[in-house]
Design a protein around this ligand. Structure first.
Ligand code: CU
Length: 517
């Protein structure tokens, strides 16, 4: 197993913190690359010079190894133990480490092979969320990897620059396996990095994998061995009050006193975040799930449901060195639209109704070469309903202590009810009318190709939803129409999946499949 290269963001103080935990027999998630060496790049970005803040904790960056014209990544699913702040060991799963996994960097136009070795004592998978891949290489529930086995997929990267991610998609076990810690980011880049955006990993291009956890004083959680989440947690989706960013509780780290690019993934099982800064500063949203927006969007909030990503540009140049800037979720502001009626009120928790802290940025010295905020991107050609060859209805509902998709559930790989097993001619464009009749919001994710949100309750999407998406939050009572061009090769043997990305709902069968034929 090749070691992922160290990222420049893992500097001296992170490793000291991690080493202390490792000395006690635990691996701290921030200490992915182990202890002992200080990366040469740590001082280059200037972020390590501030004595009051450690570098921003990031997963290691993995560029794979190029052999025979193919960029090969070797990923191992493995058990571990982490201290998530309880002061006790939490049994975990990770990818090439104890918790989470490396950030994989791939480039448009190149061939990539992903080799996944399952060193767990149970079957699992890795799904490439947001990646356009052949159905048999999608890493969904039909590509289960037995304990001890190695599975691989090879494909050409043929999509825009964007931020994707990977996580297990094992039938009925996704929520638990992700909760245990298996997830990581995939950076899809153009062949040459963009000159107009900060893109030095771990310095001014920072991943933020946001997860909430419910960890007891003894380090256990509702998915620990021997535990089963309560029915209420399965219905609401398991939420907790401990915020992790990149696997680190109360994440805090330095950023350069300039323009910083944040690649934010909501990697939580069930919680939706309404992110903004404690001082309500404006920032630019530059990308949604599927890549750049049509133009940088000035805003003070970004709503992220489980599975969704956003890229943000935050300007710290006007902040004095040493200033702490909090990242928060203003969840209470969106509570009335995400939870309605008696059912919604019952499925929300205290954090869903309030504002809470997620992470803290500490402003360090200015960068050597400052970036100017971009003012324009390439336009996005918007499709229309008349582009669709046909219309399909997808109804998300809850009742009788369960979740439903088109009135039924996918409870096994076979047989699958016809209402949630679609045959779609490859190359066709379809209009999906997604209706949520329940009292809580559901993020619908469609595998493989991105889609456009045509409208929400008949109104055109706000700019944050007008770019390319692969996961869309559908509010209670809302009707969201999606325009999806099903690119990819026909395969009548292996399907792609679409499902609610509240992982407990997915595991309960709020999921369907489609074949490209
Ligand atoms: Cu759901």
């Amino acid at each position: 197993m090749s070691r992922a290269p160290r990222s420049p963001g893992l500097g001296r103080r992170t490793f000291l913190h991690g080493c202390g935990a490792a000395g006690a027999g635990l691996l701290l998630p921030g200490a992915f690359a182990g202890c002992g060496d200080t990366p040469a790049g740590a001082a280059d970005g200037g972020v390590d010079a501030d004595d009051r803040a450690p570098p921003w904790p990031v997963p290691p960056l993995d560029d794979g190894e190029v052999a025979g014209g193919v960029r090969v990544f070797r990923l191992e699913l493995q058990p571990g133990a982490v201290d998530l702040g309880a002061g006790a060991a939490t049994a975990s799963y990770g990818v090439n480490g104890a918790y989470l996994g490396p950030t994989l960097r791939v480039r448009r136009g190149e061939r990539v092979r992903l080799e996944v070795t399952n060193s767990l004592a149970e079957p699992s998978t890795l799904h490439w969320h947001g990646m356009a891949v052949p159905a048999r290489g999608d890493g969904g529930p039909y590509q289960s990897i037995a304990a001890g086995a190695t599975w691989s997929t090879e494909f050409e990267v043929d999509q825009r620059a964007m931020t994707a991610w990977y996580h297990p998609h094992q039938m009925h076990e996704t929520a638990r396996q992700v909760y245990m810690g298996m997830a990581g980011l995939i950076y899809v880049e153009e062949p040459t990095p963009p000159a107009d955006l900060p893109s030095t990993y771990g310095v001014d291009d920072l991943p933020l994998v946001i997860q909430d956890r419910r960890i007891a004083a003894d380090g256990t959680h509702p998915y620990s061995a021997g535990n089963t989440p309560a029915m209420h947690d399965l219905m609401a989706g398991l939420k907790g009050e401990l915020m992790l960013v990149n696997g680190v509780p109360a994440a805090r780290g330095a950023v350069p006193r300039g323009l910083v690019r944040l690649r934010v993934l909501n990697g939580s099982n069930a919680r939706t975040y309404h992110l903004g800064f404690a001082d309500d500063r404006s920032f630019l949203q530059i990308a949604s799930d599927g890549g750049r927006l049509a133009a940088p969007l000035p805003t003070t909030r970004v709503l992220l449901a489980p599975g969704e990503r956003a890229e943000l540009l935050v300007d710290f140049s006007a902040d004095a060195a040493g200033t702490s800037v909090g990242l928060r979720s203003y969840s209470g502001e969106v509570y009335p639209t995400l939870f309605t009626g008696m059912m919604g009120a019952n499925l929300a928790d205290a954090l869903d109704r309030t504002t809470f802290d997620v992470a803290t940025f500490v402003v360090g010295p200015p960068p050597a070469a400052p970036f100017a905020p971009p003012t324009a991107f390439e336009p996005i050609v918007r499709g229309s309903a008349s582009d669709a060859a046909r219309t399909r209805d997808v109804t998300l509902s809850m009742g009788m202590g369960s979740v439903f998709l088109n009135g039924t559930r996918m409870t096994a790989l076979e047989p699958v009810p016809a209402a949630i097993s679609f045959q779609i001619p490859a190359g066709d464009t379809e209009l999906w009318v997604v209706t949520n009749t329940s009292g809580m919001a559901h993020p619908l994710h469609v595998h493989n190709q991105p889609f456009q949100v045509l409208d929400l309750d008949g109104a055109p999407p706000p700019p944050s939803l007008a770019g390319w998406k692969d996961t869309v939050l559908v509010a209670p009572g809302q009707v969201v129409r999606l325009l999806i061009s099903f690119a990819g090769a026909p395969d009548t043997e292996y399907p792609y999946m679409f499902h609610c990305h509240i992982l407990e709902h997915e595991d309960h069968g709020m999921m369907g499949r489609f074949f490209l034929v």
